[in-house]
Design a protein around this ligand. Structure first.
Ligand SMILES: CC/C=C\C/C=C\C/C=C\C=C\CC(=O)SCCNC(=O)CCNC(=O)[C@H](O)C(C)(C)COP(=O)(O)OP(=O)(O)OC[C@H]1O[C@@H](n2cnc3c(N)ncnc32)[C@H](O)[C@@H]1OP(=O)(O)O
Length: 298
């Protein structure tokens, strides 16, 4: 079985059971494309529809560490090389949490070499997703702060689960500045004025408010998130691939070009920032706040 769990992190047997059940249900018409035995993603491609699903599978919160980023990249590489794959739905195997953003363990007192590799992997995953030839839909089945929000923003369409879930780029709450390409992705989605507020205040939106500002496209009951994403995917796949893809390239091209020009500079800036003792102090304070559950949404 292609699942590996750290028992300390798994909250109950029911979650494990749900994943196994979901895998069995998909097995009939789908091929398993998971990167490796211990992969932190579950990947399936439905041969009939040409639609793939990538499930983030790193309990308890799918925080993005080097391994998860690497596995996402491998999965995307494989899918994009398959001619018959036309669409991809990005979701989580842990209902209630889409993705908690970057793994604090990669950010808190890191080794510089590892930190560089980590940041380059994040850049690579963003670039691949934002420029993907596939039609992409985020099925946001839970909380989606910071890097989780960024992942969903790379997709062409976002469906989110109703409930007490939060989504947004909350970097300033951590005493951090969302890099320019996080900011650009946000601005391209919700417009300059709303992004200015969202980014400076580190706003975490409720589903309703995210819908109001255009951060997500649909808000549905949790059990309907996947189904809604699949129905929506049919709309995107009705459009001839080449026309849709070239339009996406033209719309996103300037953002991607700006990114490529400044990619190395971005790594250097992030390294300077993350290796600084004041940053680490402020991150330590945030981690302490997190333990006491003071995060709220607007
Ligand atoms: C090398 C480069 C490094 C840094 C780059 C520097 C600068 C760039 C600028 C900024 C970029 C930032 C992008 C980010 O993504 S930063 C991450 C921001 N994420 C958050 O603020 C989310 C924090 N988490 C939460 O709010 C909640 O956990 C939740 C809402 C997602 C889920 O709440 P729950 O109540 O369901 O679960 P918890 O009990 O809170 O968590 C369970 C468990 O998981 C741990 N955890 C949560 N989030 C993270 C995380 N991001 N990384 C690692 N671990 C995380 C949490 O501590 C709990 O652990 P324990 O069970 O207590 O051991």
């Amino acid at each position: 079985m292609a699942l590996s769990f750290n028992p300390r992190l798994v909250r109950g047997v029911s979650r494990c059971h749900a994943i196994v059940t979901a895998k069995m249900a998909l097995a009939a018409s789908c091929r398993d494309f998971s990167a490796a035995e211990k992969s932190t993603v579950i990947v399936n491609l439905n041969d009939n529809t040409g639609v793939a699903t990538i499930q983030l599978n790193r309990p308890p919160v799918n925080s993005l560490n080097l391994q998860l980023l690497t596995d996402i990249k491998i999965a995307l590489d494989k899918l994009q090389m398959k001619k018959d794959c036309r669409g991809m739905i990005l979701t989580s195997s842990s209902p209630g949490i889409f993705c908690a953003g970057l793994d604090f363990m990669e950010m808190h007192n890191p080794q510089e070499g590892r930190a560089r590799e980590f940041w380059r992997s994040l850049q690579e995953v963003w670039k691949m997703l934002y420029g993907s030839r596939l039609a992409t839909i985020a099925a946001i089945n839970g909380h989606s702060p910071a890097g989780g929000c960024l992942l969903s923003l790379t997709c062409d369409y976002r469906v989110m689960a109703q409930g007490k879930f939060m989504i947004g780029l909350n970097e300033t709450l951590l005493g951090m500045v969302a890099p320019f390409w996080f900011q650009d992705t946000m601005t391209n989605t919700i417009g300059h004025r709303e992004a200015e507020k969202a980014l400076q205040l580190g706003l975490l939106y409720s589903g309703e408010n995210a819908l109001n500002v255009g951060l997500i496209d649909e808000l549905v009951p949790p059990e309907k998130v996947m189904q809604t994403a699949q129905v929506q995917m049919q709309t995107w796949l009705k459009i001839p691939d080449l026309a849709r893809r070239l339009t996406k390239e033209q719309m996103r091209g300037p953002t991607l070009q700006k990114f490529v020009q400044r990619q190395n500079e971005d790594v250097d800036q992030i390294m300077k920032f993350i290796m600084d003792s004041a940053t680490q102090r402020s991150l330590g304070i945030y981690l302490n706040t997190l333990k006491h559950k003071q995060l709220t949404s607007v």
